[in-house]
Design a protein around this ligand. Structure first.
Ligand SMILES: Nc1ncnc2c1ncn2[C@@H]1O[C@H](COP(=O)(O)OP(=O)(O)OP(=O)(O)O)[C@@H](O)[C@H]1O
Length: 345
């Protein structure tokens, strides 16, 4: 059983914005899944849905199985028990997430006490250990957030996320507000913690290069859907969906100095989720769109080993491969993530 198994997740905000539209994702313990996409593609909405943190009036559908238990079907008492202990979130911009008038040690101890994991004295001891674990002296527990640098505050947020030994950590743009050197340190810290503690990591970012350097797998979202998913390096270096390709070209390529000077932008913006275009939601911006893309949406299809993409070009390749090799799915791969789920124990 996977640590996290998201099946057909939909999220519609009270005003009608369809922020997440049928997302399937899987994650095993000790693995790192990156979720990429421009601002407004639904990444944060997906993260909030995983812990039922969406505003009242938001409608959700599908299943979010955390260790086999559907988060969307849980009673509130169970949801509260799962937050911090089953899964926790590290948000972007620690200054806004930490309480400015409370010492950081007290804030780290809070979930430990809330979940009755230790006595107040035990929670203080654990807080010191957690701070050291994330590379800060235990004595910093008595500091207020404004007395710490941005990188130190983000370390505090990570310590807090680890406080109740969660099985899953969701990091939403954890390094966006930090300078490049500190960003690299925090990313290495997160990687080490995931490896040491065998937790699953979902890291959300608009920066495909950061995700490719940190995660095992990468899912690219556009207009509330996953349009490509696969091994992180492959998606970053040889994307099959035109949107994933454009997103990848918008960032300097790791180890390729030439591309540092020639990142390419993608004109336009993601669509308003209350008024989505017909057919493939990317077609108005797609450089290779055809007439049929304005009317026909494409499901995720096998685009290589453990790889899926939702584009008519992949459908063409699939048709050709089927014609050449009989009726079996190309690459010997399951046709879709749902099929993979059915065939993988
Ligand atoms: N509370 C809300 N009510 C209505 N619409 C919302 C709400 N929160 C987000 N949205 C809309 O849902 C869509 C997805 O937003 P979301 O924040 O999930 O995207 P994102 O990819 O995480 O972007 P960012 O990186 O800017 O956070 C956007 O169009 C946004 O305007």
């Amino acid at each position: 059983m996977s640590l996290l198994d998201v099946r057909g997740l939909t999220v519609t905000y009270a005003g009608g914005a369809q922020a997440v539209r049928g997302v399937d994702l899987r994650l095993d313990a000790g693995r790192k899944l990156g979720i990429a996409g421009e601002s407004g593609c639904g990444k944060s909405t997906l993260a909030l849905a995983l812990l039922r943190l969406l505003p009242a009036g938001t409608r959700t559908g599908g299943e979010i199985l955390l260790d086999g238990e559907d988060v969307l079907a849980m009673k509130w008492g169970r949801v509260r028990a799962v937050r911090w202990a089953g899964a926790s979130i590290v948000f972007q911009g620690a200054m806004h997430s930490l309480n400015p008038v409370r010492r950081v040690g007290d804030q780290i101890a809070e979930p430990i006490l809330l979940h009755r994991r230790a006595t107040p004295a035990g929670a203080r001891k654990r807080t010191g250990e957690l701070l050291e674990h994330v590379g800060l002296p235990a004595a910093r527990a008595s500091a207020y957030p404004h007395e710490l640098s941005g990188g130190q505050r983000q370390r505090v947020m990570i310590a807090m996320a680890l406080a109740c030994d969660p099985r899953l950590i969701i990091a939403d743009e954890p390094t966006t507000a930090l300078d490049v050197m500190i960003q690299a340190q925090i990313l290495r810290l997160i990687e080490r913690l995931v490896a040491d503690q065998d937790v699953g990591l979902i890291m959300i970012s608009h920066d495909l290069a950061v995700l490719a350097g940190t995660c095992d797998r990468l899912a690219v979202m556009y207009a509330g859907r996953v349009v490509e998913e696969g091994p992180a390096r492959q998606v970053y270096e040889a994307a099959r969906h035109p949107y994933a390709e454009a997103l990848s070209a918008a960032f300097p390529r790791i180890g390729d100095p030439a591309s540092r000077f020639a990142p390419r932008g993608l004109p336009g913006d993601p669509p308003d989720p209350s008024a989505l275009p017909s057919g493939c939601a990317f077609h108005p911006r797609c450089p290779v769109a055809r007439d049929s893309c304005a009317t026909d949406d494409q499901p995720l299809r096998a685009a290589g080993p453990q790889r899926w993409a939702a584009c008519v070009r992949v459908a063409d390749d699939e048709r050709e491969a089927r014609a050449a090799a009989g009726t079996a799915a190309p690459h010997g791969e399951p046709d879709s993530p749902e099929e993979a789920r059915r065939t993988t124990p």
